[in-house]
Structure formats: structure tokens, C-alpha cells
Design a protein around this ligand. Structure first.
Ligand code: SUG
Length: 416
């Protein structure tokens, strides 16, 4: 059995829009009410996936969830004339950010030697709380083989859980046992702390992790107040490398020391605030990068173009590349449509370390599937959506049909 890291990106759904639903997510609130471009958004996401696949990396995807969500609309009894935010919530394409779909503990880390997945409850935001039943359904389909995978129900909804966006795994190589680092926030600040410490602890226990190979780390309250609503906005890890802003954690030195104690080979690359301020890190999403080990063994950082175009970030990255550090390549990608809602390259993917042969192959990207997806998106995805049109019957018909066409093309109509 060959364990590799598979990145499962969320395909951007046909109802992608800017409704300003996420308090504390500065990009999303800044773009509230703007016209969105679902077709361009989906093609940008697909281009990122193809780029990674062409570098020889395993690439998977998850399907957009059914929107507008009829079940949710029935539950909330919203009035289309007056309850705009609730209607927008039911139309949200937020499942594209699969870093929030679930938390994953790969087989080498768990007591029973299976890969454990817990769907995130996402209770803090109404538009995201509706995701988990359909997400769990999709996870159960993609990872159906119970000999290798255990898909858990959400943790009790009294404890907010935002999935892998607040979870990092460090190890010598993906297939070896790892150190799992859970990052939580403490409530009481300017913005909601979405990840509850108890949720992280419940996930760690139910995945059967060795308590010696787990860390629970508090996120810096100043980072949440500055707009880092998930830890993956200010830090990312891959194998033995942690790439982090100096203000990511409440106790940075204590965190680094605890990591080094458990993984002496850890390399911690810290970007000081004097080089890239917290505000610039959050504006550009430098850390919402995919830190990937290429088949050559080199590590590459897939950053959004917004980061690449920032003089402060660029100066720091150029110095990093000129030095002797573990990150050897920087690759910018254009995911501007997602970025405007606060979702960078790392938000758009869920990492699962597994044997691709054990995963339902309908969720794995190949060059021909990519072409098929692109053709469906080109033909059926709306070119643009004005948020004022959310709730309209004509638009509903378009987005429902578009998603069904995709499910049919991928032989996944059972998810309808
Ligand atoms: O939950 N944006 C998402 C962005 C999620 C980013 N994910 C990670 N950091 N891993 C969120 O805030 C905005 C939707 C709107 O306002 O229309 C939104 O849900």
C-alpha cells in the first residue's frame, strides 16, 4: 500500500456569490454585494488543480453541494423579499473551501491503522453549518472502504469545529507517523473564534491519536482580531516544515519548542512582522499557500497572485529562495474569485494521506476528467451573479441544472 498526499479541491459551484456572510473574514465582508463570476471562479480552481496534477501530484476533487439548499430554506422559513442574508446563506457555494470540510488523521497516526475523517460542523456561520450533512455523504462515498477509512459524524454542535483549516500535520514523510497540531481560538475577541478547543480535543480522541503525538495550540487572539479567522490564514505545515507568521500563535516560542521536542527534525520558517506585517499577510494570503513536496523531493509553495504582487511579500520570498531554506520554489496561482471571499489556494483543498487505489476513483482527477469538468463548466456555469438575484426562480433553475450536468458527467448522479 502506497500512502501519498492527495489534495481534494472543492469544485466551485454554479451559485458562487459575494454575500458578505462571514464576520471576521475581511475579504468576504469587503466584497459584499459585488457581482461574482462563477464560471471564471470554477475555471480558476480547475487550473490550480491541473497545475498540481501536471507536476505529478495526486489530485482529487469534491462536488459542489446542492444549492439553493431546499432543506435549509424549509427549516428557516425565510421570506425571499425581506430575509436577504438567510436566502443568500441557502445559496452559498462555500463548500468550495474544502479545508473546512473535515479533519483528517492518516492511517499511520491512528490506533486502529485506518485513516479517520471527521466532517466539520461549521456552526459559527449559518451558511456553513448547512454543509456537513452533504459533505459527510460525499466523504462516505469517496472513502467508502471501511477497512481503510473511518468517516465520523460531526462533533457536538455546541463546540465549533472548522476542520483541517485549524489542523496541521508534521512528519518526516507523509506515509510515516506524524505529529498532529490542533489550533484553537479563545472566544471574547472582536471577531468569532471559530475553532473551539474542546472540538479539537474530541476529534483527536475519536481518531485514536497517540496523546504523545498531539499538540493543542492557542491561536494568537490578535491574529483573529486582524482577520485570521482560520489558522491556515497565518500558518501552513508540510512534512517536517512549518511556515508561519511570527504572530500566528498565542505563545510562539512555546509552540516551536513543543514541536521541536516531539519532532526534532522540524524546520520552522518564521516570517517576522517587521518583514511582512500581520495585516499584509492577511491581505495577501501568503500563508494560505499549498506547501507541497514535489516528486523531485523539492518543496514548493503555491501562493495566490495577490501575495506574489505584494512588494513586502516578494522581498521576503526572494530572500528566502536565495537562502538555503527547505522551500525551494514559489508558484503563483490566480484564484481571485475565491480570494475575494477569503479563500486562498489552501482553503480550496483538503489533504488526505491515503492510497489512491482505495479511494473511489470518481473523485480523482485525470487529464480527461479535468477536460470534461471544464467543458461542463464552460457550457452550464453562470457567467456572473448579482447577489440581488439570489432567490430568483430563473437563476435557481440555472444553478440546479448546472450542478446536475456535472454530476451526470462524472457518473455521480447519486449525489443529486
Ligand atoms: O468560511 N468565506 C469562507 C472562507 C473560508 C476559507 N477557508 C479557510 N481559511 N480554510 C468563510 O469565511 C464567504 C461567503 C460570503 O460571504 O458570501 C465565506 O464563507
Amino acid at each position: 500500500m502506497t500512502l501519498v498526499e492527495i489534495n481534494f479541491d472543492g469544485l466551485v459551484g454554479p451559485s458562487h456569490n459575494y454575500a458578505g456572510l462571514s464576520l471576521g473574514n475581511l475579504a468576504a465582508t469587503a466584497h459584499a454585494g459585488e457581482v461574482s463570476y462563477p464560471k471564471a471562479a470554477a475555471l480558476q480552481g480547475l487550473a490550480k488543480m491541473r497545475g498540481n496534477m501536471e507536476m505529478g501530484l495526486a489530485q482529487g476533487f469534491f462536488l459542489p453541494l446542492p444549492r439553493p439548499n431546499r432543506r435549509f430554506l424549509d427549516q428557516i422559513a425565510a421570506d425571499v423579499q425581506t430575509d436577504h442574508a438567510l436566502i443568500a446563506a441557502a445559496w452559498s457555494a462555500s463548500s468550495m473551501w474544502t479545508a473546512n470540510a473535515a479533519t483528517i488523521s492518516p492511517a499511520p497516526d491512528t490506533r486502529d491503522g485506518r485513516c479517520h475523517l471527521t466532517a466539520a460542523n461549521l456552526v459559527t456561520m449559518a451558511h456553513r453549518f448547512q454543509e456537513w450533512p452533504d459533505t459527510a455523504r460525499q466523504l462516505r462515498l469517496a472513502f467508502a472502504d471501511e477497512h481503510y477509512f473511518a468517516v465520523h459524524a460531526i462533533v457536538p454542535a455546541c463546540f465549533g469545529d472548522e476542520g483541517a483549516a485549524n489542523h496541521m500535520r508534521m512528519c518526516l514523510s507523509h506515509g510515516e507517523p506524524g505529529l498532529e497540531i490542533f489550533v484553537y481560538g479563545k472566544p471574547g475577541g472582536r471577531f468569532p473564534a471559530r475553532q473551539h478547543e474542546q472540538a479539537s480535543r474530541i476529534v483527536a480522541r475519536s481518531h485514536g491519536l497517540d496523546p504523545d503525538k498531539v499538540l493543542f495550540v492557542e491561536q494568537n487572539p490578535d491574529a483573529i482580531a486582524a482577520g485570521a479567522f482560520h489558522n491556515d490564514v497565518v500558518a501552513v505545515a508540510n512534512e517536517r516544515v512549518l511556515f508561519t507568521h511570527e504572530l500566528a500563535f498565542a505563545d510562539p516560542e512555546g509552540t516551536y519548542a513543543a514541536i521541536r521536542e516531539k519532532l526534532p527534525e522540524a524546520e520552522i520558517v518564521v516570517v517576522p512582522a517587521s518583514s511582512v506585517s500581520l495585516a499584509e499577510a492577511i491581505r495577501t494570503y501568503l500563508f494560505n499557500a499549498q506547501l507541497l513536496t514535489l516528486p523531485t523531493g523539492e518543496m514548493a509553495l503555491i501562493i495566490p497572485t495577490e501575495a506574489h504582487e505584494s512588494p513586502a511579500v516578494r522581498t521576503w520570498l526572494d530572500a528566502m529562495l536565495a537562502g538555503n531554506g527547505p522551500i525551494r520554489r514559489v508558484i503563483p496561482v490566480d484564484v481571485k474569485q475565491s480570494m475575494a471571499n477569503g479563500g486562498g489556494p489552501a482553503c480550496l483543498r483538503l489533504r488526505v494521506v491515503a492510497d489512491p487505489d482505495r479511494v473511489d476513483s470518481r473523485f480523482l482527477l485525470t487529464p480527461s476528467t479535468a477536460e470534461m469538468i471544464a467543458a461542463v463548466v464552460e457550457q452550464w456555469w453562470p457567467a456572473q451573479i448579482d447577489p440581488a438575484a439570489l432567490g430568483s426562480a430563473a437563476l435557481e433553475q440555472d444553478v440546479v441544472r448546472a450542478r446536475l450536468r456535472l454530476l451526470e458527467a462524472l457518473n455521480l448522479a447519486e449525489l443529486a
